[in-house]
Design a protein. Structure first.
Length: 240
């Protein structure tokens, strides 16, 4: 993926971020929960063109251990994570905090460990950039561009690739099911009238062609499988 922007210190969102941190410092509000909101707003601006959503206090489940609670994660419309944001204040030793978090099992594919004066970008388990932010504002733009331009390396190991693929498809399926149910209004949401009409027409066709007792849940499952298959084949072969 190519970064959707060429960020510069003179751009309005960067200026707003810098001004917010300066104003907070002037009134002595330098603790993490005070300063990280300015950082999150800048991240949200950068994520806008990609239609990614910054989800704060994101929980990650683990087998046999308590869930991890991350400061923030960037999710796409299918709820696939694309980056992790961990914020600290300037009183913390950022490198030590990074090592401690990674040892606990925090994601290391594409994670920024940030504080107002410094940011460390970890990609694929290694430090990709370590930059001072208080002396050279252009380094803030550099680290953000690299973060948003991240693409995962090709997985060489077939067994590991298939296992990860299986997990991702399952997650996509769950996300699509929730999107469909929200559009139909079956989960307490306002139904999308056009979608409901299209779904009812499709359901009638399925019952006429396959089985008159076919449940809505089975029809939803058919939709999910076809949507995933179409996207996979379109991505792999690029040939409708």
């Amino acid at each position: 993926m190519t970064a959707p922007f060429a960020l510069k210190p003179t751009h309005a969102p960067v200026k707003a971020y810098t001004l917010a941190l300066t104003q907070l410092a002037n009134v002595g509000a330098t603790h993490e929960t005070a300063v990280r909101e300015a950082w999150h707003r800048l991240i949200e601006h950068c994520a806008g063109p990609l239609k990614w959503t910054l989800v704060r206090e994101y929980a990650v489940s683990r087998q046999g251990a308590a869930p991890l609670r991350l400061d923030a994660v960037l999710l796409d419309t299918y709820r696939i994570p694309h980056g992790v944001i961990e914020a600290k204040d300037d009183k913390d030793d950022l490198a030590a905090e990074m090592r401690a978090k990674l040892k606990l099992g925090y994601p290391a594919k594409n994670t920024i460990f940030w504080q107002p004066r410094r940011a460390i970008l970890v990609q694929d388990g290694k430090v990709a950039l370590d930059r001072a932010l208080d002396t050279k504002p252009e380094q803030l733009c550099e680290i953000l561009e690299k973060f948003f331009a991240y693409t995962e390396p090709v997985i060489a190991d077939w067994e590991r690739a298939t296992e990860e693929f299986r997990e991702r498809v399952a997650e996509l399926g769950r996300s699509l099911r929730e999107v469909i149910q929200r559009a139909r209004g079956t989960v307490g949401t306002v139904p999308n009238k056009k979608f409901v009409a299209a779904f009812d027409g499709f359901a009638a066709l399925c019952r006429a062609a396959i089985n008159p007792t076919l449940a809505d849940s089975a029809i939803e499952e058919m939709l999910i499988q076809h949507m995933l298959t179409a996207r996979l084949f379109g991505s792999i072969f690029n040939n409708p």
